[in-house]
Design a protein around this ligand. Structure first.
Ligand SMILES: Cc1cc2nc3c(=O)[nH]c(=O)nc-3n(C[C@H](O)[C@H](O)[C@H](O)COP(=O)(O)OP(=O)(O)OC[C@H]3O[C@@H](n4cnc5c(N)ncnc54)[C@H](O)[C@@H]3O)c2cc1C
Length: 482
């Protein structure tokens, strides 16, 4: 059935299913005010997604007397944070890639920080009165074509080599079937760190907690300009349409919008990710044996990621959306690309055929910030007190907690486990400049998709596509490599 689909049954469009649900739950609650007039604060945070909100909470937790103001262009959680697949896990699944790009010790440090983050998110999500659908049962990566089998082995081998075998346990076909039965699953690896959450309710709960902690929070307030103080001069000035914030420290937590900043542009490009949500089908999930709360992903480079919801729906995502030119996030294709939504739906039908007659309730997509080594970075602009964090590379729900802690440490000048992480200290590798980045990225994306589609059909990857798909590795890049 998956190959016979020529159009997605639901065209992708905002808002995400999550955000619509969270807003319906909040019906009648007015948004935070927008900023009018001038205010002074110790710290101004720009962006009300997970990064900005975790940063605000970390600052207030560490130094309650600090005056923290946060402005959000639209509504908190309306960006990537309220669109995500909301699969929550740190970096144990990334050990193999990280050990190559930043070394074994640094890879282990980042993975351990992810576990601290997981503990922090769990504590927040499960606090009394929070209805954010937190479910924690681990994460499974499955091979869904012979070409994907080798990647499973690399997970298991790296975990053993680094002395952490329990973080990646191999699963046979029968082992996977004990979690979820599908004819497409061949072998797998069980990663013990993994949870699912309601993407937008988590963001909205963070917003509520920030307000309760005393953060001055303004929605529908885009930053229109930033006058940066250099070398300890007058404070920074954040400009908005009808007001301004004078602040000693500024944290830029605007995610993909940072990809056009002069300092960041060499290291980050913008692709897009698409997801769909099905109608509820708990009886069909039970028939497939998917009764636990494990999240699952295949081993494609343009990964299919999937998880259940507490009302028996399945979210299926495909990280295969188009690239943007020069970090432009306004291109319609980043949120409305039917071909990417179709890939998510084909993935649903192929990987979970037990759901073949279950309807898609909603589909959506959004831009994601891909860094040259697929890891985020948290830094301070030299000679200023302006800090920023981005580069999550489609994996931000757990890492934005790390980001909040790292950015809080940078604001407070604290030399601690967060500010010493490679995510703050490493030199982030560069990407080719435009127009090579766009045209090269587009060609490699098409080639990788052609290879992965052929491999799923049991055919060899086309020779030309294989050659093009191999180019990033030849140039020493970590993105675009299979
Ligand atoms: C479809 C999709 C699926 C994903 N699935 C997963 C997943 O399953 N697991 C995972 O770990 N990660 C996933 N991700 C990635 C994850 O969602 C992001 O990495 C993470 O949410 C980034 O959080 P953020 O706060 O940095 O960005 P955002 O949530 O985008 O927040 C940035 C905010 O800044 C605001 N803003 C921008 N410009 C301005 C301005 N000038 N003034 C004021 N405010 C401004 C925006 O409105 C936005 O709300 C997914 C992403 C997408 C798009």
């Amino acid at each position: 059935m998956s190959d016979t689909l020529s159009q997605p049954s639901v065209a992708p469009a905002d808002p995400s299913w999550w955000f619509a649900d969270a807003m319906a739950q909040e019906a009648g609650v007015p948004p935070s005010p927008s900023l009018t007039g001038g205010i002074a604060a110790d710290v101004a945070i720009i962006g009300g997604g997970y990064t900005g909100l975790w940063t605000a909470l970390a600052l207030k937790a560490r130094k309650p007397s600090l005056c923290v103001a946060l402005i959000e262009a639209k509504l908190c959680g309306s960006g990537a944070s309220g669109k995500s697949g909301a699969k929550v896990h740190g970096y144990w699944a990334s050990l193999a890639g990280m050990s190559k790009s930043i070394g074994d010790d640094a890879a282990l440090a980042v993975a351990r920080a992810g576990t601290v983050a997981q503990d922090g998110i769990r504590a927040f999500a499960t606090a009394p009165g929070r209805d954010v659908w937190w479910r924690e049962a681990g994460n499974i990566r499955v091979s869904a074509s012979p070409a994907q089998d080798a990647k499973i082995a690399s997970y298991v081998d790296t975990a053993r080599r680094l002395g952490v075998p329990d973080t990646a346990r191999p699963l046979t076909e029968a082992g996977i079937a004990s979690y979820c039965r599908s004819p497409a699953f061949r072998a797998g690896v069980f990663l013990q760190e993994g949870a699912n959450v309601h993407a937008a309710r988590l963001a909205r709960a963070l917003r509520r907690a920030a307000i309760d902690a005393g953060v001055l929070l303004y929605e529908n307030t885009p930053m229109t300009g930033l006058d940066i103080s250099r070398n300890g001069g007058s404070p920074n000035r954040v400009r908005t349409a009808r007001g301004q914030i004078i602040a000693r420290d500024v944290v830029l937590a605007t995610n993909v919008e940072l990809a056009r900043e002069r300092l960041i542009k060499p290291h980050v490009t913008v692709f897009s990710s698409f997801a769909l949500m099905t109608e509820p089908a708990p009886e069909k999930l039970a028939a497939m044996g998917w009764t636990g709360d494990q999240g699952i992903s295949d081993m494609r480079m343009f990964v299919h990621y999937f998880r259940k919801t507490i009302d028996g729906r399945v979210l299926m995502g495909s990280g295969s959306g188009p690239i943007s030119y020069d970090g432009d996030t306004s291109a319609v294709r980043l949120t409305q690309d039917s071909a990417s939504a179709l890939r998510a739906e084909r993935g649903l039908r192929r990987l979970l055929p037990g759901l073949n007659d279950v309807k898609v309730a909603k589909a959506w997509g959004g831009p994601i910030d891909i860094s040259a080594d697929r890891l985020p970075f948290f830094k301070t602009m030299p000679g200023t007190r302006v800090h920023y964090g981005c580069g999550y590379s489609g994996h931000g729900v757990n890492p934005t907690y790390i980001g909040g802690q790292c950015l809080a440490s940078l604001v407070l000048d604290e030399k601690d486990m967060w500010s010493s992480l490679p995510l703050c200290t490493r030199e982030v590798p560069g990407l080719p400049p435009e127009p090579f980045r766009y045209y090269g990225g587009r060609a490699v994306r098409r080639a990788v998709l052609a290879c992965e589609d052929a491999e799923e059909r049991g055919q060899p990857a086309p020779a030309l596509a294989s050659a093009v798909a191999a180019l990033p590795r030849l140039f020493g890049l970590r993105i675009g490599t299979r």
